[in-house]
Design a protein around this ligand. Sequence first.
Ligand code: SF4
Ligand code: SF4
Length: 289
Amino acid sequence: MELAIISGKGGTGKSSISAAFATLEKNVLLADCDVDAANLHIIFNPTHEEEEVYIAGQTAIIDYTICTNCGICKDYCRFDAIHFVNNRIEISETTCDGCQLCSRVCPCEAITMVDNDKSRMYSGTFRNGKMVYGRLAPGEENSGKLVNMVRAKVKAIAKSNGLNNIIIDGPPGIGCAAISSITGVNNVLVVTEPTLSGLHDLERTLELVTKFNLKAWVLINKFDLNPDMSLQIEKRCANLGIDIAGKLPFEPVFVDAMVNCKSVLEWAPESAISKELKLIWSRINAPQA
Ligand code: SF4
Ligand code: SF4
C-alpha cells in the first residue's frame, strides 16, 4: 500500500501523523516529500547511505572583468532580476529564474549560467525500515521535480528490498510538489483542522485529489477545538462521498513526542490518540469494497 499524507495548509499535524504511521509496523518505506521543510529525518535520524545532488535550475552570474555595464541584459530580463546598484549592473540570485536570455543577449558574453546545486536527496535506514527524503536549499526552486526524484528512489528501494508499505509525507498546498507526491498512490489522507481556513483549504485539496481519481480519506485533527466546524467538515465530506478516516482530539502528548524525537506511538503507545491512530491505519488499510 502506498499512502500519501497531505494537507491544504501547513501546521495541521500532517508530519506527526506520518511519523506515527511510520512506527506502526516494521519494514516501512518512509518518504519525506515535504522538500521545502523536511523534518522527519530529525525524528528518525536515519543513516545516510546515499546522497544525491539535485540540480534545481540555474542562476545567471556576471563576469565583471568583461562586463561593460551597458545595461542591455537589464532590458531583456522579464523577471526583473537585473538592476543597477550603485551604478553597477547586478543580478539578484533570488529573483533570477534561470531563463538564460541575458546570457544570450550580452554583447560581451559576460554572463554565464551556473547550476543551483545546493539541494539534496538522501536515503538510508531508520529504526522501522528505509527512508528517503529531499531537502530543497533556501531560494532554490522546482520542488515538484525533487519530489519526483524522491518518488523514483522510493520505487527503486521498494523493489530491491521487497517493501510494500510506503508512507509519503507530502507538502502542504496544491502545487507541483503536492501533485508529484500523490501521483499513482493507492490512498491519499488529507489532514485538516476545524477552522474556516481549514475547510477552505480542504475543499481545494479534495478537488485536486478527486481530479486524479485517487481514493481519498480525511482526518480531522484537533476536532474537539471546534466541534461545530468539525461537524461541518464531516457533512461536506459526506456530500462529496469522501470517507472520514478518523478524528483526533487536541493532545499535548503529540507535541511532547516530536520534541523528544519520537512518534506519538513510540512516546505514548497507550494514549487515546495512539489507539485512535491505530484504528485509522487499519481503516485505511482494510480491503476496499
Ligand atoms: S549585457 Fe553584458 S556587458 Fe552589458 S551590462 Fe549586461 S552583463 Fe554587462
Ligand atoms: S537568466 Fe533570465 S531571469 Fe535570470 S537574470 Fe538572466 S534574463 Fe533574468
